[in-house]
Write a protein that binds this ligand. Structure first.
Ligand code: SAM
Length: 278
């Protein structure tokens, strides 16, 4: 492995700070700094960029981002990682800010302080989908971030990029496809992590659409929840989950009541959302 910085190898850092991975915190660490550099580069040119990283852990991805020239704001829940991260901060004076806390409770927009920023993270699997949903459903659009470069379980990545008609198409695909262009960048084998997870992971890159279809976001969440909550049923049945007779709604939206959620386009969902909100 070629060195990207003068800091000690991650395996040594983990041993010295006693950072045995905790499953409850979704901890699967990446120790190969060439791989973390590849993930960092997938977010675009790093020189002078501001990056918000969720879950730096012992700092493999953080080091790659810093070595590439970025300024990093990192949020980590596990206090055991803070001394290791402080060593990295000392090696890159003024460029790494570490916040101890739960990313699910952080006001991200305030964190970036109005500066153009991107999010890059090897997300904890147990909270990754909630975080992404939160970033996709803010009221303000375009959002505070310029792009999202995130590692997910491959199966979740497939749901994020799935188009209408695909087996993996669901709420995540509608939200991501509505407001962003999303693509899978590359897979990462279980053997790249310590400890290795049971599944393959995939890096996904999402860029906000400047002008997505006009659509009330809360209503879109309600409609997709009802429709995909019973994805094998026809929409005349599944949309009863909205708590009203769905037939007038389906008619007004110009949809076929015998259609299933997986065959509705994002524009169809936006129309339904607009009609239920209005
Ligand atoms: N970035 C490191 C890497 O690539 O090796 C660690 C990635 S590990 C999959 C996920 C990290 O997220 C862990 O360090 C874990 O402690 C942290 N984490 C878990 N839940 C969190 C939360 N709610 N808020 C912030 N960090 C969290």
């Amino acid at each position: 492995m070629s060195a990207i910085d003068d800091l000690p190898p991650l395996r040594e850092v983990i041993a010295r700070h006693g950072l045995m991975a905790k499953k409850a915190l979704g901890q699967n660490f990446l120790l190969d700094l060439n791989l973390t550099s590849r993930i960092a580069r997938a977010s675009g040119p790093l020189e002078g960029a501001t990056v918000v990283e969720v879950g730096p852990g012992p700092g493999g991805l953080t080091r790659a981002l810093l070595a590439g020239g970025a300024r990093v704001i990192a949020i980590e829940r596990d206090a055991r990682c803070l001394p290791a991260l402080a060593e990295i901060a000392a090696a890159y004076p003024g460029r790494l800010e570490v916040i101890e806390g739960d990313a699910l409770k952080v006001d991200f927009a305030a964190l970036a302080g109005g500066a153009p920023a991107r999010i890059v993270a090897n997300l904890p699997y147990n909270v990754g989908t909630s975080l992404l949903t939160g970033w996709l459903t803010g009221e303000a659009w375009p959002p505070w971030y310029q792009s999202l470069t995130l590692m997910f379980q491959k199966e979740v990545a497939q749901r994020i990029v799935a188009p209408p008609g695909a087996e993996a198409y669901g709420r995540l695909g509608v939200l991501a496809g509505w407001r962003t262009t999303a693509k899978m960048v590359f897979d990462v084998a279980p053997s790249a992590f310590v400890p290795p997870p049971k599944i393959t992971s995939t890096v996904v890159h999402l860029v906000p659409r400047p002008e997505p279809l006009a659509c009330p976001v809360k209503a879109l969440e309600r409609v997709t929840l009802a429709a995909f909550g019973q994805r094998r049923k026809m929409i005349r049945q599944s949309l009863k989950g909205l708590g009203r007779d769905p037939m007038p709604l389906i008619e007004e939206a110009g949809l076929d009541p015998t259609e299933r959620a997986e065959n509705l386009t994002i524009a169809d969902f936006c129309r339904l959302a607009q009609l239920t909100a209005g």
